[in-house]
Design a binder for this molecule. Structure first.
Ligand code: 13P
Ligand code: SF4
Length: 308
């Protein structure tokens, strides 16, 4: 039996589902129940009645799934799957940041550890950060860890100052303004779609800015035939695959070679099979952290917004 059939058989036997982020190695989609961005996958984790969730993504995503489905077993196929941005702030650094700006609510990007969430007021993802900040009804917020997403949110809201921590995504920061300008020259008919973790100069020049899933949904529904993708390669690969399989006649070009998040590529089909078989690499979060961290994510899920 090949590995895909073996995984599907185990999934059935153990009442398990596989949630997959769209930066993962593309062959993982073959065994996945849901593929998407952080918000979509968090929602799927909170709704499922499966007993086991295998999270094909990075550590903070699996932690978020565990927070939202505490009674379920959440397994991360390969424990090397961290997020460089999430690791840019620890609890002492957060406390020092808050001490510099007392009495201002803290919005934490979902790309953060459970401990950071436990000490923040509300969580946000790349697809709802504007609505989340707006929902607070204040004129100043602290935003951790991503300075670029925070500044993007500020640019979209009148009268809210977003004071950002200095974290960033090294993969997205490899995309420079010059790359956008040369893509425009080379592909004048193409729309340029960027993730809000990109540098502000890149975001300003893009035709559309959104989460990974928003980029995918937008490019499917819009009439243009050619797109330059300014986010991780997995999004571009999936769009080209779907375009070919579903005859969209659309072309997706990665803005620059090798925009790859190495941490997202650790999980393999073999790892998925092994964690399902052995039920190891289980995510465990101490209750004193889990309880406030869960509230931080749930607050985000409960705010009134068309996106959430
Ligand atoms: P999305 O929520 O847009 O999928 O982003 C997650 C991420 O890590 C982007 O680098
Ligand atoms: Fe983290 Fe950047 Fe990788 Fe996203 S692309 S998981 S922000 S390191």
């Amino acid at each position: 039996m090949d590995i895909i059939n073996k995984i599907n058989k185990l999934k059935k036997e153990k009442n398990a589902i596989i949630l997959t982020h769209c930066y993962q190695n593309i062959e993982i989609d073959e065994v996945s129940d849901f593929v998407g961005d952080s918000l979509y996958l968090s929602k799927m984790a909170s709704k499922t009645d499966a007993d086991i969730i295998v999270f094909a993504g990075v550590y903070f995503m699996a932690q978020s799934a565990k927070l939202l489905s505490p009674q379920k077993k959440v397994l991360l196929p390969n424990l090397a799957s961290g997020c460089l941005m999430a690791d840019m702030i620890n609890i002492d650094e957060l406390k020092a940041f808050k001490a510099n700006y007392p009495n201002i609510p803290v919005v934490c990007y979902i790309n953060s550890t459970a401990e950071i969430k436990a000490h923040s007021d509300i969580c946000a993802t790349s697809s709802n950060a504007i609505e989340v900040v707006q929902s607070l009804g204040v004129d100043k917020v602290l935003f951790v860890p991503d300075t670029y997403l925070g500044k993007y949110v500020e640019s979209k809201l009148k009268n809210v100052e977003v004071i950002t921590y200095n974290g960033f995504c090294p993969t997205h920061l490899r995309i420079r303004k010059e790359d956008v300008l040369s893509a425009r020259e080379k592909y004048p008919d193409a729309l340029i779609l960027a993730h809000p973790e990109c540098h502000g100069e890149v975001i300003k020049l893009a035709d559309f800015v959104g989460s990974t899933k928003e980029i995918m949904d937008y490019s499917k529904k819009t009439k243009s035939k050619r797109f330059v993708i300014a986010t991780e390669k997995g999004v571009c690969d999936r769009l080209n695959r779907d375009s070919k399989n579903e005859n969209w006649s659309k072309e997706f070009i990665l803005i620059k070679d090798n925009i790859v998040c190495p941490n997202m590529k650790h999980n393999s089909l073999e790892d998925i099979y092994n964690v399902l078989l052995n039920e190891n690499n289980e995510i465990d979060i101490k209750e004193e952290i889990a309880s406030p961290a869960r509230k931080c994510i749930e607050k985000m899920l409960y705010i009134k917004s068309s996106k959430i």
